[in-house]
Design a protein around this ligand. Structure first.
Ligand code: PMV
Length: 341
């Protein structure tokens, strides 16, 4: 038996990834920019075991659904093909945050899986290749391989399914003196998966081409604002990206927002009018995440927590890269380096 355990953290995108290229391999249609979150983690253990007849996958203590099984197996099969490992695997994954918290557990989940499976199979892989592997499970997971501020570029419109596309760090954890407040508004699971919502957006929305044209500009401006440590501009562009993504999904009949989502977004705008550096974003669910300066975090948190319908507020600072905590490290050939400072 060979065994490894990895820990990875979720991330929140401010320049949103929404939509895939029309080619196999799970390539994003637009670039995205996110921050990895400390304090919340997925811990995934992978054991290759010759006595197993099939991969055994448990998520949060329960057997994986058919859809999750298929995606986890896809990642395991890629690791087996790239290494000398032929045995089936036992995969056990746990989140220390609620799956319905509005934090993408798929991001930390597939990042931890890619890392643990590669290490258990003794696969020599660079961070770029590990990130590419995580992307095959869930594109946002490519970003959770790295800490701090991370970009994932769009895939080319056409090409080979095996083309490598990994994320990379563009700025360290302390690039902005800011943190993220996750406002949880329901414990119910979301109704449409991001996968289905994206497919429907590309197929039905009259705004799809406008999104493909505008999202890269938002991303480029945000990256420049981040390099300039301009929290205000990063936050404003982040709100614009989230609203464009939701407008796109809505125009395809996919509604993730609820009344509370809109309520919180307008409360954040009111706080801003009062001088707070606070900016809202929201993903494929109704929860709202607020990027806020460290100086304003306490006061903004108190206001958000007191709003009826907010179940709880989770505070997360920018966090570190995914890592191996048991077993041998996969790769280690690159530096998870920083481009801007
Ligand atoms: O990687 P997925 O399929 O979980 O999609 C993530 C999509 C958003 O969270 C809405 C945006 C993003 O860039 O993370």
């Amino acid at each position: 038996m060979t065994h490894a355990v990895a820990i990875a953290h979720p991330n929140v995108a401010f320049a949103k990834y929404w939509g895939k290229r029309a080619r196999p391999g799970n390539f994003p249609a637009v670039p995205s920019l996110s921050v990895t979150l400390a304090g919340l983690s997925t811990r995934t253990s992978v054991t290759f075991d010759g006595s197993l007849a099939t991969d055994e996958i448990t998520l949060g203590g329960a057997p994986a659904s058919a859809a999750d099984r298929e995606r986890v197996t896809l990642v395991l099969d890629r690791v087996r093909r790239a290494s000398r490992e032929t045995r089936r695997a036992r995969v056990e994954s746990h989140n220390d945050f609620p799956t319905a918290s509005g934090l993408a557990s798929s991001a930390s989940g597939y990042a931890a899986l890619a890392l643990a499976a590669s290490a258990a199979a003794k696969l020599e892989a660079s961070d770029e290749v590990l990130s590419d592997l995580a992307r095959r499970g869930s594109a946002s997971a490519a970003r959770s391989i790295f800490g701090g501020w991370v970009e994932l570029l769009a895939g080319a419109e056409a090409g080979d399914e095996e083309d490598v596309l990994g994320a990379r760090q563009v700025a360290p954890e302390d690039q902005l003196d800011a943190l993220v407040l996750v406002c949880v508004v329901t414990d119910a699971k979301k109704d449409a998966s991001s996968r289905d919502g994206m497919a429907q957006s590309a197929r039905i929305s009259p705004y799809w081409d406008a999104w493909l044209a505008s999202a890269p500009k938002n991303f480029a401006e945000m990256k420049a604002a981040l390099a300039a440590r301009d929290l205000r501009r990063v936050g404003e562009l982040g709100e614009a990206s989230a609203l464009a993504m939701h407008a796109l999904a809505m125009s395809a009949g996919v509604i993730y927002m609820r009344g509370m989502t809109i309520e919180l977004m307008s409360r954040v705008r009111a706080l801003r009018a009062d001088g707070a550096a606070a900016y809202a974003t929201s993903d494929a669910g109704p929860h709202v995440k607020v990027l806020v300066s460290s100086a304003d975090a306490l006061a903004v948190r108190a206001v958000l927590e007191a709003i009826p319908g907010v179940l709880r507020v989770i505070e997360a600072r920018p966090g570190p890269a995914a890592r191996i905590v048991e077993g041998s490290a996969a790769g280690g050939t690159s530096q998870k380096s920083t481009e801007v400072s």
